[in-house]
Design a protein around this ligand. Sequence first.
Ligand SMILES: *Cc1c(COP(=O)(O)O)cnc(C)c1O
Length: 390
Amino acid sequence: MSEDKRKPSTRLIHDGRQHGGFDGAVNPPIRRASTILTDDVSELYGGAKSLYGRMGTDTQETLSNGLKSLENAEHVQLAPTGLSGCALAMASVLNSGDHFLMTDSAYGPSRRFAERYLARMGVTTTFFDPRITADAFAALITPETKAAFFEMPGSLTFELHDLNALLPLCKQHNIITILDNTWAAGVFFKPLDAGVDISVQALTKYVIGHSDGFGGAAMTNDRRIALKLDQTANDWGVGMSPDDAYLAQRGLRTLHSRITQQGRTALNIAEWLAEQSEVKEVYHPALSTHPDNAIFNDLFSGASGLFSFALYSEDAAKLDRFFKTFQLFGFGFSWGGFESLILPCNPQLKRSTSDRWKSGSYGTLVRVQIGLEDEADLTEELQQALSELH
Ligand SMILES: *Cc1c(COP(=O)(O)O)cnc(C)c1O
């Protein structure tokens, strides 16, 4: 195959689309179907074509083909939500009696899946510090260790992993690696190119990008893993709805521009926040002061629009006034949409490996998702809010 010289934004616009298909329409139809009829009774069993909508129609196929191009993946398994995509990846490669290594910074519900569901399956999970060294990681590996779960950066505290040191260790011990790539959305980091076995994304965030749909994807270049993902999805009876798949494939076309713009605004705001006297620390991996900035520069080609910062103030009344100032920033979970969000994080921070995050001595942790509003308007609102802390 000749080398693809097209730039990433160009690939996102064109790949996965069927030019000339769908009667010339630019986008695929939202093909809602459970039953898919055939004229030939002999095709019902073991025919080449999927004849049941749970396995997807051409709407989901358009999305899968776009995601293959985005993450340089040969196989894509879609899931109804990001969480089910993460769960699918874990459950597909783990069996009763296995040991599982999971980053302590993993998305809370993914962590809960390991603690609750995998435990019931007979899998033992050990959480590791996201900044673990290769030696400390090697010490956690047992003959039963079958898979490891990474997520970078962590979506509350924004640590990166020393992947260049940890992945070779996993290869050496036949440990299957999974990485939650939702933050970089496949635009700024390509886990499969870096040697990760399964890249997962909550398409709910940047790919759908408009806070109005759900989706997940588990992507791999390993045929045996792809088969397991497919079997587990079938066993669970999960797929992605054509309506959500439509939104996700449409979101892919503008993903590059949106995430680039949001990332640029976010980094400027992070730099500005770092200079404010009320702010104790800013957690954004593209800042030169971030402890993992060297890893970031090595592995990532850019930053998206989600980061956090700690306020010195822990005064409930002042913090109440701080949050009540916001009008452009909404209070809400999720991220990757076009609108800015702000969230106090302390109640959802669950850590077992780090004394610092366990103790609560970090102040008040605040996370922002920067949307597509003008940077000046967002900064003005933040400045007003900070002034309430005096
Ligand atoms: C939101 C999120 C998920 C889960 O996605 P849902 O579509 O909400 O189930 C998984 N991982 C990360 C990092 C997320 O932010």
